[in-house]
Design a binder for this molecule. Structure first.
Ligand code: SF4
Length: 134
């Protein structure tokens, strides 16, 4: 497993990574909650930045800068992150024992009875607590 580089840390700091890094092995790098929280945080920061910018620029320019940056930095990364997360959950749901178990919660990629994230084809319970979906 490789360690995060400075570039990785910068992407992580601003929550802009659009696919899971190689070093995210024992827990999902993104969940629905983290994607939404990160998007709200970026939008709030951009909102404050726009208010500050409005002190120096005219309102039309600020409005355009705000709209473009909200889309490019606030919303687009969240949408891409959600697509990646959804693809990963679908792969787990279709191709693993956990995906066919009634205790698997696809919303947060979690085994609900063990309270553990399912990250690969090996079920954390080793299959002992598996129960079919009804
Ligand atoms: S009970 Fe076992 S098989 Fe079912 S989701 Fe949890 S870890 Fe996976």
């Amino acid at each position: 497993m490789r360690e995060p580089t400075d570039g990785d840390k910068l992407l992580d700091l601003f929550l802009l990574r659009t696919k899971e890094p190689e070093y995210a092995v024992d827990m999902p790098f993104y969940t629905t909650g983290s994607i939404v929280a990160a998007a709200l945080m970026r939008v709030a920061i951009l909102g404050f930045a726009s208010i500050i910018l409005s002190q120096w620029l005219d309102s039309t320019k600020v409005w355009w800068i705000a709209m473009v940056s909200l889309w490019a930095i606030g919303v687009l990364p969240a949408w891409l992150q959600y697509q990646r997360f959804h693809e990963k959950v679908e792969a787990i749901a279709d191709g693993t024992l956990c995906g066919a178990c009634k205790h698997f919660n696809a919303t947060n990629q979690l085994c609900m009875i063990l309270d553990e994230h399912v990250t690969n084809e090996h079920p954390p319970c080793e299959g002992e607590a598996w129960e079919p979906k009804s």
